[in-house]
Design a protein around this ligand. Structure first.
Ligand SMILES: [Zn+2]
Length: 121
């Protein structure tokens, strides 16, 4: 699900890096991927739409950001997001390394469906 993208015309690498950061900031935290695609990256790929898009930059790159859902994610409604207070969350799985080992088996990792914040509870 692409949600943000930029086409950069003949931009130096630092502008590309900055744009990648801007796209990253606009996406929900957590499950996101931001990539830059230039002509060299398309060698061997047969995607007319993408090729046209990249060629429109005249040797530049396009920066694309996507978010994705993990398979088998479970919606839960008994959690409250610490950032935005939303009660619609996704159960991502067991608690991660932010939880002390002795409590890890009792906690789960949740992600807010509204703002993307993840937390253990
Ligand atoms: Zn939230």
């Amino acid at each position: 699900m692409p949600v943000a993208g930029r086409a950069l015309r003949n931009s130096p690498d630092d502008v590309v890096a900055l744009t990648e950061q801007q796209v990253r900031d606009r996406l929900p935290k957590g499950e996101q991927l931001v990539i830059s695609i230039g002509r060299d990256d398309l060698a061997g790929h047969d995607d007319d739409e993408l090729t046209r898009l990249v060629e429109s930059t005249d040797g530049g790159v396009i920066v694309v950001g996507v978010t994705y859902d993990r398979q088998n994610s479970v919606r839960v409604y008994d959690q409250s997001c610490p950032e935005c207070g939303s009660s619609t969350a996704t159960l991502l799985g067991p608690a991660d390394q932010h939880v002390a080992p002795e409590f890890r088996s009792q906690a789960n990792l949740y992600q807010c469906a509204e703002c993307g914040t993840a937390w253990d509870a």
